[in-house]
Design a protein around this ligand. Structure first.
Ligand code: BDR
Ligand code: CA
Length: 338
């Protein structure tokens, strides 16, 4: 089994990643840290709790830690994920409130289970950086670390060069990579960055396949010609929720001229953490620009040791998008049918 500590900022693709993890019998989701990013920490926690409830897993603990980045004000992104973070999806209010102390919980769980837990972070690295301050041995205590963040081979999605998660809290990202510098290769974080995650290009056909495999008779879903904001009438609640969330994400991507598709970044990172997809990595030293100005949040990778520094990351350099979708659609459909 993969025992996973999940740190997210749910977020439409975080939601899909969470549902995917819940669909995996071999994944034991130990706890969820709700990190401010796409929306506020409170809203992230509400979304996580509502999704757990929808999937019949209300007992997975959800906690809030920091309420904003380490050194700069929080900027959220309602235009990408909707004002509440789940696009057009309207989920029943969660039956419970989140816990507090996400950072302490991170550290306690890792100390109690040395070498057993996989950390998966699909959000700004704020809470993870705070956990590393509290327990500098975290890299040794964790079995594996998987991060969605950065852009190393080409452009950003938030500024011309910076990716969202590193841009929201560049100081946290810089601290996390510094903390891993010089660790043995097997302990370096596996980094899923834009050049790989933008290849995980969801299309309406994937959602329709999900609906049919989940047993919806006549799914009314997410077609490009529908007026913006049209809601799904799919009969299976999980399919309806994901479809309404993803419709917003498709519309956002269309506005940026990429067509009626959606990059579901965090799902790829979740599949890497769950050990269900193939990928290849390259070892590198990552630098995160923290100085204010046009390059803040930009990540640069030194693959050749030109800076004379030790490696601090294993950056994914190959993945197999069709295999990721086959895996994800089939697993989530099976969960929706349960
Ligand atoms: C990342 O930014 C967020 O909006 C997504 O959830 C993902 O984690 C991609 O840059
Ligand atoms: Ca995210």
């Amino acid at each position: 089994a993969e025992r996973i500590l999940f740190d997210n900022d749910t977020g439409i693709d975080d939601a899909l990643a969470l549902v995917y993890l819940l669909s995996q019998d071999q994944v034991d989701l130990v706890s969820i840290a709700s990190t401010p990013g796409n929306v506020s920490a409170e809203q992230v926690a509400r979304n996580n709790l509502a999704l757990l409830q929808l999937c019949g897993r209300p007992r997975v603990p959800v906690a809030i830690g920091a309420d904003g980045p380490l050194e700069i004000p929080l900027v959220t992104t309602p235009e990408t994920h909707g004002p509440q973070g789940l696009g057009y999806a309207e989920l029943p209010a969660p039956g419970q409130a989140p816990q507090t102390g996400a950072v302490d919980r991170w550290v306690e769980a890792a100390r109690r289970n040395p070498g057993e837990l996989t950390a998966l972070i699909t959000a700004p690295l704020t809470n993870f950086a705070l956990a590393l301050r509290q327990e500098p041995r975290l890299p040794e205590l964790l079995k594996r670390t998987v991060i969605m963040g950065g852009s190393y081979f080409y452009q950003g999605n938030t500024t011309p060069t910076a990716e969202w998660n590193t841009h929201v809290d560049p100081h946290a990202a810089a601290e996390v990579f510094a903390a891993f510098e010089g660790q043995p290769e097997e302990r370096l974080p596996i980094v899923c960055a834009l050049e790989m995650t933008e290849r995980i290009e969801l299309q309406p056909g994937h959602v329709e396949r999900l609906a049919r495999e989940a047993g919806c008779a006549e799914p009314e879903l997410v077609w490009p010609e529908d007026p913006e904001g049209t809601r799904s009438t799919a009969s299976v609640p999980l399919v309806r929720a994901l479809s309404d969330a993803l419709r917003f994400y498709f519309e956002f991507h269309r506005r940026y001229d990429q067509g009626y598709i959606a990059h579901v970044h965090d799902v790829f990172a979740a599949a890497v953490a769950a050990g269900t997809v193939d990928y290849r990595t390259r070892t590198a030293t990552v630098h995160v620009e923290t100085r204010p100005g046009p390059l803040v949040g930009t990540t640069v990778a030194d693959y050749r040791g030109l800076w004379g520094r030790k490696p601090n990351a294993k950056i994914v350099c190959w993945n197999d998008p069709p295999a990721v979708f086959d895996e994800m659609v089939g697993s989530i459909a099976a969960l929706a049918r349960r």
